[in-house]
Write a protein that binds this ligand. Structure first.
Ligand SMILES: [Zn+2]
Length: 249
């Protein structure tokens, strides 16, 4: 036999249901607001080099007739024998993950090693991607085991393809990334370097930097850069630099 529910109990139940529904809706809108709050700019990440060099020529920049090869072969770890193109893509993928966890959107110029994308095309793809800034990842080679540490290469106002303001921002971006990268990884800070001969930077219309993340010609640094724990620090350091550039934290 079923018990008859009293009208008072029915009203209490209905009030409870409405209250729960309202609080769930409230949580949903709070979550939405938090996600919106976290939404950060789009970042282009360009992993330097590729499996095979492309030795045909292209113009070094829009305001010059000077030409350079489309994509250089890059260096190889003196101890690990890992090629630079594999290291740059490994760090690029970790950087994408780190940036997305911080609320950024990421455009990857390449996600595979066996591609054929010239440096000029890389810059133009980043220009068209809707990204706000572009980070180029490379590793260094001194031809000797001694040198170690990181540097950032930036273009000066001598390059007229991007506005003077954008070129100033490239320098700021380079400084922020290098400082935070060296802080997070503990590697030597070799400073900023003016370079107006880099095709992949010269064709960029957005603030851009190229980070030389360490020396593959230094056996110790080469081995370190292949460790997952160190690669995570590299990615976090670059992301810290991007945060600093935008004034987050
Ligand atoms: Zn390189």
């Amino acid at each position: 036999m079923t018990k008859k529910t009293s009208p008072a109990r029915l009203i209490i139940c209905m009030v409870c249901i409405v209250a729960v529904a309202f609080s769930l809706g409230g949580f949903a809108s709070l979550e939405k607001a938090a996600a919106k709050e976290k939404k950060r700019p789009k970042i282009a990440v360009e992993a330097g080099h590729q499996k095979h060099a492309n030795l045909s020529l292209e113009r070094v920049g829009p305001d010059t007739s000077a030409r350079k090869i489309k994509v250089a072969g890059g260096t190889t770890g003196v101890s690990t024998r890992v090629p630079e193109y594999k290291l740059t893509l490994a760090v690029a993928k970790r950087l994408r993950k780190e940036l997305e966890s911080r609320g950024y959107t990421v455009y990857m110029v390449r996600t595979k090693n066996n591609v054929n994308i010239s440096n000029r095309t890389r810059a133009i793809r980043a220009n068209h991607s809707g990204a706000d800034i572009c980070i180029r990842l490379h590793a260094d080679d001194a031809g000797a085991s001694g040198p170690s540490g990181a540097s950032c290469l930036y273009k000066t106002k001598a390059n007229r393809y991007a506005s003077a303001k954008t070129n100033r921002k490239s320098k700021k971006l380079s400084k922020c990334i290098l400082t935070k990268y060296c802080k997070r990884t503990g590697c030597k800070n070799r400073g900023l370097s003016k370079r107006n001969d880099l095709t992949g930077s010269n064709w960029s219309k957005i603030p851009i930097t190229l980070i030389e993340m360490g020396f593959m010609s230094n056996p110790k640094e080469d081995r370190k850069m292949q460790k997952a724990s160190y690669q995570k620090k590299m990615a976090k350091g670059i992301a810290d630099g991007i945060d600093a550039y935008y004034g987050y934290k």
